[in-house]
Design a protein around this ligand. Sequence first.
Ligand code: GDP
Ligand code: IMO
Ligand code: MG
Length: 426
Amino acid sequence: MPATVVVGTQWGDEGKGKLTDLIAKEMHLVVRYQGGHNAGHTLVVDGESFALQLVPSGVLYDHITPVIGNGVVVDPFVLLKEIDTLERKGVDCSRLKVSGNAHVILPYHQELDRLTERYLGKNKLGTTKRGIGPTYADKSLRVGIRVQDLLDPKIFREKLEVVVGEKNKVLTKVYNRLPEDFEALADRVEAEVVPRLTPYIADTVSLVHDGLDAGQHVLFEGAQATFLDLDHGTYPYVTSSNPISGGACVGAGVGPLHINRVVGIAKAYVTRVGAGPFPTELFDEVGDVLVDRGREFGTNTGRRRRPGWFDAVMMRQAVRLNSLSELAITKLDILDTLETLKVCVAYDVDGVRHEHLPYHQSDLHAAVPVYAELPGWQQDLTTCTERHQLPPEAVAYLEFLQEQVGVPITFVGTGPGREQFVQFNS
Ligand code: GDP
Ligand code: IMO
Ligand code: MG
């Protein structure tokens, strides 16, 4: 009954999709436990690219049941479109299960996300404008619509009418916008969503536990990342869910004793999209090299990601917050052309050295990275699939990261393709 969590250890886009797909072949169920279509997880298989937002990354394997857990927020229109796109590419999505307890993102959530960002002006968070925050807010306020509500037209209409009435007061009186048409929205959901979504709706907690009881391997696929976590990230520049590994317990309905492996995913450097502190951020031509070579533009939003050097201070915190048992380093090949590499080993805050993340966020804003410098390898890694093929400088860089972070590196990404990786330690 083992369970594994794949979790992002930086600010997202570390390559969780690729790693999930890579280790999913040994799994029976792959479960998303939080977030929504703010995620963009890319898989490249036989040269074909798949950009997944809501459907778990195990979907490409026939033997896997992909599960959208209760902790996810689901835009049903987006989910159905994603299923259509995958099926057009020959991917069978019929095994997909969606928790009846997951909350539903509706158009007014997206409108409120956009309006709040506009209202915040220069203080905006740079959200994906997918309605994630407003939907989780409704869940906490206990006025959210759950997937299971769609199965009962009377309950659905009753709940929707109440919540739309309240949203319309905000939309019209606070933001001077047009109200949402409750009847039209209810009709649209009943016509376009309910008949198609119903076959996928399930009691996913029982499904996961039946699997665990039968000795099946379950993989929990995190979206977003540790420093976008609502509680442990760089608040308020975070998402509205708990991506850390503990979030898998809440967002899928399993106790912590089921989880025996936590794979932290980190890029060989760091990127962040949206606003917020970023101590090792680069504003020079090295940053441009990382963005250009790494194609660091959002999978869904197309936004340029902010680049920076690998930050071991953040990683030590990620080890603590997630109980990382191993680390996968992705995109090592993006560093191929650089002569010298830097790794942040500590922060200097007003003359005080911090090897662990300072508790007060003002200190994080003031942190000056203390760097170690290592030689680059300046050769192409994209064909390396065995550890012995890596140049000595690349091995030294990885060993340095491993020593700094204190967790063994198992996988190393050398390209976007499913087969482009090295098993560094088994
Ligand atoms: P996720 O959100 O964590 O799943 O990551 P994204 O899919 O948003 O972004 C990671 C990007 O890097 C995708 O375009 C992947 O195809 C690509 N990628 C993943 N691993 C590697 C790697 O080792 N090398 C290279 N060059 N690209 C990679
Ligand atoms: P994956 O799963 C990178 C960021 C947004 C913004 C903040 C809040 O692909 O790694 P939200 O729309 O969630 O309210 O936005 O979080 N963000 C991500 N950044 N990768 C993601 O997902 C992200 N999902 C949200 O840019 O700064
Ligand atoms: Mg992504």
